[in-house]
Design a protein around this ligand. Structure first.
Ligand code: SF4
Ligand code: SF4
Length: 333
């Protein structure tokens, strides 16, 4: 099953408008990082390696909301760092919802029970909880025992309070197809997660663990085996069918990282949140002053193993909406 219908409808309307306006490059979702600090130290994280003075900074509310308004994207994924360590994160969420944005608040969920009362369920809001596997696997991924149980408890509390819950699971070469099946079955059937996101781990240069990234062929094999027999249709995955085909190696796409830009304390990151080729002051400057053709697999060696959502899901979404057959498949899958 693909994306939630409200999100798909909103996205379809927005993309149709971009087509009518003949815009070639436009934002679909912004990765907003209003801080880099975190309460965990995951081995695969490329964000918590920033210098101490940067880790102490928090983005002012007006700056965060102003950047989203300038860029005009309909969806915002607030990450970090751990966003719940930002003292005004509830205000940032509220102001974005007031501007009719679809907002995902990413969290490792450790602080979620403490801060839940600051938020209210909203049709355009979902918690996005980081869960990289079942208990042993997730605790190893975040380098701390007990975090899986804390996250599951937090999810249950948020569900009981009426919130929509999504999860984000990153797979590495330690994971087998059966691990993918087991964690998605658990999230879908046992925990009742509304929609799940999956990703092959990207080889961040700054991450402490440099040994367990997936290559493109590994990614194809992992997902082709995990999805075999039409299994993926029963999971509530927050992806277009074409992006899942891409993960399985059934189709190939160019990178369109300009559609999922990243805005942080340092500005608009060039060209995407995975690479670090400088920063632009505005989204317009990012679009105009970046040589987009020099990025993507086959163009930049750093992109060689990338199959990330931020580069390739937008390409899949645009291809879906450009084809009646794919649009129908996305609606019924
Ligand atoms: S929880 Fe997220 S931001 Fe924090 S260390 Fe882990 S991957 Fe990085
Ligand atoms: S392929 Fe695209 S999304 Fe991936 S690292 Fe390169 S520019 Fe970023």
């Amino acid at each position: 099953m693909a994306m939630p219908w409200r999100q798909s409808l909103r996205l379809g309307t927005y993309l149709a408008k971009q087509k009518i306006l003949r815009r070639e490059k436009f934002p679909i979702l912004v990765e907003l990082e209003p801080l880099f600090a975190c309460n965990l130290k995951c081995a695969g994280c490329g964000k918590i390696q920033h210098p101490h003075d940067l880790l102490k900074q928090r983005m002012p509310v007006e700056q965060a909301v102003g950047a989203i308004e300038e860029c005009g994207a309909p969806m915002v994924s607030i990450a970090g760092g751990e966003p719940l360590m930002h003292p005004q994160i509830d205000e940032i969420v509220r102001q974005l919802l007031d501007r009719n944005k679809i907002v995902f608040l990413c969290t490792n969920a450790v602080l979620l029970p403490k801060h839940l009362h600051k938020f209210a369920p909203h049709r355009n809001f979902a918690w996005m909880v980081h869960l990289d596997g079942l208990r042993e696997r997730h605790d190893a991924s975040v380098c701390k025992d007990g975090v899986f149980d804390q996250a599951v408890d937090a999810i249950r509390q948020a569900q009981a309070a009426g919130f929509r819950i999504m999860t984000n699971t990153t797979f590495f070469d330690l994971d087998s197809p059966q691990d993918v099946i087991d964690v998605l079955d658990y999230l879908n059937d046992d925990l009742g997660i509304d929609h799940m996101q999956i990703a092959p781990g990207y080889a961040y240069e700054k991450a402490p663990d440099q040994e367990h990234w997936l290559g493109v062929e590994d990614t194809h094999q992992l997902f082709a085996k995990a999805f075999a027999g039409g299994r993926r249709k029963k999971w509530r995955l927050n992806h277009s069918p074409l992006y899942l085909d891409f993960l399985e190696g059934k189709v190939d796409f160019d990178c369109t990282a300009w559609a999922i830009p990243s805005y942080s304390l340092k500005g608009w990151q060039r060209p995407c949140y995975l690479l670090d080729d400088g920063y632009a002051a505005t989204y317009r400057e990012l679009i105009d002053d970046t040589d987009w053709a020099s990025f993507g697999r086959g163009n930049d060696p750093r992109c060689a193993n990338c199959m990330a959502h931020c580069g390739y899901e937008p390409t899949a979404v645009v291809a879906t909406l450009g084809s009646l057959r794919e649009t129908i498949r996305a609606a019924v899958n």
